[in-house]
Ligand binder design. Structure first.
Ligand code: AMP
Ligand code: ZN
Length: 113
């Protein structure tokens, strides 16, 4: 059995507040939101990080970004949102299953850098 927490969410083995799922991706609310709206979009397949991506993943990653934008709209983020992908130790990645963060709310987010 996978030890990866996001693989466990994808398999329904641990609960998450799901926003969306299909045969290749899921979206769920972040357990520790850093903004009024904060959700994650993940591939169902275990890809550890952006550093493991290859050309074959390009269509999937494109569809994940399109879905992220669609869900952002559904969550009322009509004036914009922020997408973040943390990669590796230097990128501050904590969960080694690729995920796109989507953050937003009624106020502009602080400068990220
Ligand atoms: P990162 O630093 O990009 O790897 O971020 C990992 C994110 O996953 C953090 O924002 C965590 O709050 C979030 N997270 C960790 N465990 C869970 C969980 N079980 N359900 C939802 N979000 C989670
Ligand atoms: Zn995984």
């Amino acid at each position: 059995m996978s030890e990866c927490i996001f693989c466990k969410i994808a398999a329904g083995e641990i609960p998450a507040k799901l926003l969306y799922q299909d045969d290749e991706m899921l979206a769920f609310h972040d357990i520790k939101p850093a903004a009024p709206v904060h959700f994650l979009v993940i591939p169902r397949a275990h890809i550890a990080s952006c550093a493991e991506l290859s050309e074959a993943h390009a269509p999937l990653l494109g569809r994940m970004l399109v879905k992220a934008s669609e869900l952002a709209r559904e969550q009322g983020l009509n004036e914009g949102f922020r997408t973040i992908i943390n990669t590796g130790r230097i990128g501050g990645q904590e969960v080694y299953h690729l995920h796109i963060h989507v953050l937003g709310g009624s106020q502009p987010l602080g400068a990220p850098f």
